[in-house]
Design a protein around this ligand. Sequence first.
Ligand code: AMP
Length: 399
Amino acid sequence: MNKLTIKDINLKGKRVIVRVDFNVPLDDHLKITDDRRIQASLPTIQYILGQKARKVILMSHLGRPDGQAINDMRLRPVAQRLQELLGERVLRLEDCIGDTVQKAIDTSSERVILLENLRFHKEEIKNDPNFAHQLALLADIYVNDAFGTAHRAHASTEGITKYLPSVAGFLLETEITYLGKAIQNPPKPFVVILGGAKVSDKILLIENLIPKANAIIIGGGMAYTFLKAQGKKIGNSICENDKVDLARELMVKAKAAGVQVALTEDFLIVESFDKPQGRKIVKEIPDGWEAVDIGPQTRASYKKVLATAKTVVWNGPMGVFEINEFAEGTKEIAQYLATLKGVTTIIGGGDSAAAITKFGLERAMTHISTGGGASLEFLEGKELPGIVALRDKEGLVAR
Ligand code: AMP
């Protein structure tokens, strides 16, 4: 990676402000239902403390408060959980900028401080320079460890870097290393699995990967737009009619580039989502029926393609995996990936990551991205503002 990380600079005696992603899911009683995002930040926090930094000041957003201080979106539950995980006291503040915040940091005995939800200030999302400067005044060094928001130029991801030496934390470094390798220099054969609901979300991704991939597997809801482009009957399956021509063009481009495209060959169909008991496997989708998962023949074909791979990137589920009766295709492909030896398996964030978690296969994958939108944009080949803004390692050119 060509960006400086916390390992490259002297942190001793410094006040270090870290952008983390503590946007955790909360239930109706404001209890955290999944603390993995907090756990994922621990290596960076512990390393900074181990280097004898004076203070670690953590900042994050939670939910979408739209510039208002909303009680249910306060970071109180996060502070409590972080304290338990770290085994040391965490000072939680009621705001993220201003004199009171500054004074509390200067006079606190705690080494770890958690600022209040950044998005209580509308200036955060607007990347307001004054707001970014106020955040910067709290510290000597800035660390970005929030990959999930790195594709947004916000005050805490981009604006602040104009005022402080800015480096990557371990979580960000891992994301850049794995995703970067996948798009720049993947061990070949390189196979991309694409799924999910819409073609329109993945067009740039497909275009960027065609010159790099050896094979592209297309499943999930987006497959039906491609199948329609091939003249197949798709019944009531999800389809973007205005993208049918584009799907055809993408297949032509892939063929011209010598990239194998594997499409769905058989289908799990239902008459409606709420009648899973009437589901059946077919090779041709009759009128009035909707395909919700890939069938067994397709799974076998996809596995044959995957068996040749040295690198796999997966973005988007193979079916409506949230409903157990429609999750088999996604599950079988995930389980197969888990058995592959000597293969780098990279799971794009969002729904694909949720599927891997649902099947308990997290540990079997090489890397599961923590950012849905961010990983998609990275794999599309875009420069993410939160990464670009960090300092380059000397002598290297920015990505
Ligand atoms: P995306 O966010 O584009 O990755 O899409 C993920 C969503 O696609 C999930 O919520 C799936 O339920 C949905 N999906 C996958 N396959 C299908 C399908 N055959 N029909 C309708 N939705 C699907």
